[in-house]
Ligand binder design. Structure first.
Ligand code: NAD
Length: 359
């Protein structure tokens, strides 16, 4: 039996292309560290699971995830699922909620060779993942959206001290670990949302007292959105509530080459899930056009997080090696996908990274 058990959930559309590439790269990198042996478990999810088992999130998948250390989940194309079948649920909010994956860590990094609006960008946005305005996960029962009359729609926003503090702690821990400016900026609109954003900022400020070595700052979301476009280099680690974070992380991806360049990791007190920011991109699915970077770096973050949690030097080195191999392939631009100006297929970009790992 291996030291770690990691799940593979391909998801939909381009997930079937980018997840296998990311897994191949992790497996190649792990070959150098036999002591960090991993048992990989492939699990059905999404439309392929619906076609074969009749459910987009089979109970067996959930039961197996409970026994794992971590997993990689591909993008979910739930907009294409049948609307009238209760077995065709959108799996990823349910997974995030069931496994208490409170913090969604989304880094944005520029590479000198990749065309982007700015250079020297290195900012990480932590988004609270399970409450806020998201009606598909912010209630115990029922939904956070309802219509008292056909002409009135209401959306309830949930902010709790528990999840706000958890997200803040993720941000401060990260600011301490990484080689950055040692600043955490909490994003809010407490000028208007006096209670919801007020509680969020208050929770972040309380947590900041445990980290005297990290500077704590706050910014109003609209001003921050503008500053992120004009001077992204100013920021280090940013923490925000769910919907603000969802929007800001796509904006940040746009600064450095688009959604193919936006990885992510969902973390909670017990479980870890690698999940890129992008969706299932049905417009390019099956054409080998998808940039696998986001999914590969999400996998790298998962390996790194397991290394940090378990104080496992092998896993940490493995993550560093993936990072270096990816940078090398991006730097010479020979084997990158069309969104980055290259001509390589998804698989070819992945193979080029494997070759660097084995060199
Ligand atoms: P999307 O992120 O799938 O695509 C937006 C644009 O970015 C498209 O032009 C697409 O081709 C491009 N793109 C995305 N990932 C790319 C990659 N790796 N390489 C190159 N180009 C890439 O967003 P959408 O089109 O609004 O949504 C499609 C489906 O994905 C919908 O069903 C939506 O609900 C779902 N979605 C899922 C997630 C998730 O699983 N986390 C996130 C967002 C959207």
């Amino acid at each position: 039996m291996g030291k770690y058990k990691i799940g593979i959930l391909n998801g939909d559309d381009i997930g079937l292309e980018v997840v296998p590439v990311a897994v191949k790269i992790m497996q190649t990198a792990l070959k150098k560290y036999p002591q960090a042996k991993v048992d990989w478990v492939e699990l059905p999810v999404g439309y392929p699971a619906y076609k074969s088992i009749g459910e987009t999130l089979p109970g067996k998948t959930i039961d197996t995830l409970l026994e794992l250390d971590a997993w990689i989940l591909g993008p979910i194309g739930h907009m294409a699922y049948p609307k009238d079948d209760p077995k065709a649920v959108n799996p990823h909010p349910i997974i995030r909620r069931t496994f208490d994956l409170v913090s969604n860590i989304r880094p944005t990094r520029s590479y000198p060779s990749i065309k982007s609006l700015h250079q020297d960008v290195d900012v990480v946005i932590i988004r609270e993942n399970n409450e806020g305005f998201q009606p598909d996960r912010n209630m115990y029962k029922g939904t956070g959206e309802f219509m008292p009359t056909p002409d009135i729609a209401m959306s309830v926003r949930v902010v709790t001290r528990r999840n706000s503090e958890f997200a803040a702690r993720t941000a401060f821990d990260l600011a301490r670990q990484r080689n950055g400016k040692k600043i955490v900026t909490a994003i809010h609109k407490n000028t208007v949302f006096k209670l919801g954003c007020g509680l969020f900022v208050d929770s972040c400020r309380n947590v900041s007292k445990e980290y005297p070595d990290i500077t704590f700052d706050t910014a109003v979301v609209d001003t921050f959105a503008m500053q992120l476009v004009m001077r992204p280099q100013k920021f280090d680690v940013v923490v925000s509530t769910n919907m603000f974070g969802d929007i800001l992380t796509d904006e940040a991806a746009g600064l450095v080459g688009g959604l193919g360049m936006a990885p992510g990791l969902c973390v909670g007190p017990r479980y870890i899930m690698a999940q890129a920011t992008h969706g299932s991109a049905p417009d390019i699915a099956g054409k080998q056009l998808a940039n696998p970077y986001a999914m590969i770096m999400s996998g790298k973050m998962m390996i790194e997080w397991l290394g940090i949690r378990n104080q496992d030097k092998g896993m940490l080195e493995c993550a560093q090696n993936i990072d270096a191999a990816v940078s090398a392939v991006l730097n010479d631009l020979k084997d990158v996908t069309p969104d980055l100006g290259g001509k390589a297929t998804t698989n070819r970009m992945g193979d080029a990274i494997c070759e660097k790992l084995l060199a």
